[in-house]
Design a protein around this ligand. Sequence first.
Ligand SMILES: C[S@@+](CC[C@H](N)C(=O)[O-])C[C@H]1O[C@@H](n2cnc3c(N)ncnc32)[C@H](O)[C@@H]1O
Length: 222
Amino acid sequence: MLSENKLILTTDGSHTVLNSGIGETYHSENGAINESLHVFIQNGLSLINKTEINILEIGFGTGLNALLTYQFAAANNKNINYFTLEKFPLKKGLVKQLNYTEKLSVDNEFFLKLHDLGWDNESNISPNFRLIKRKSDLLDYNFNELKNIDLVFFDAFSPSKQPELWTKNIFDKIYNAMSVSGLLSTYSSAGVVKRALREVGFKVKRKPGPKGKFHMLNATKE
Ligand SMILES: C[S@@+](CC[C@H](N)C(=O)[O-])C[C@H]1O[C@@H](n2cnc3c(N)ncnc32)[C@H](O)[C@@H]1O
């Protein structure tokens, strides 16, 4: 169901991927880079007041969030340990066509290195960016290897398409892997998501969303 992927252009000129099987794009059609910067960098990474930051991403996909994180870390002297899960890695042919490095003025070889790193490997991709990729279904993932996660990029497909991922059970496992004051950022502000996060113990705040979306969520572990 998740295998039919096609590149499309969003309104800020950056690409996203349309999965026609699931009927959803990987990012907002109102700007892929714009959305990722807003939800995960401005309302995520830039709020973490630490030099060494452990990040967990749900859904590696195009690697855009990892690339933006690397760029932010390099510009702001942060050391990042970036754990990312992906059940359906994209084909290399599609990844090579993505225009993110051109739009962000980043070395394309670096971006391809993020994708070339084998699943279930880890690597110091650059002195301040360590990448740990897991090819795993979030539902089966063993969270034991994670601790002191400071920031979570919850970037699965939407709760209407993947309700099984946006549950109290999953958020509970994530919460337990996080450090106190850790932050979870997500583009969804759906009621079911807010409720599940609150049930687990997160303090949930609704924030203005990126272009084309009213809201997004920040959830803090107190
Ligand atoms: C909305 S896309 C965002 C991807 C990525 N963060 C990006 O910026 O390109 C959702 C991602 O979650 C992945 N995904 C879907 N179901 C999953 C599951 N059960 N476990 C892990 N990853 C999953 C999809 O394959 C896809 O890459």
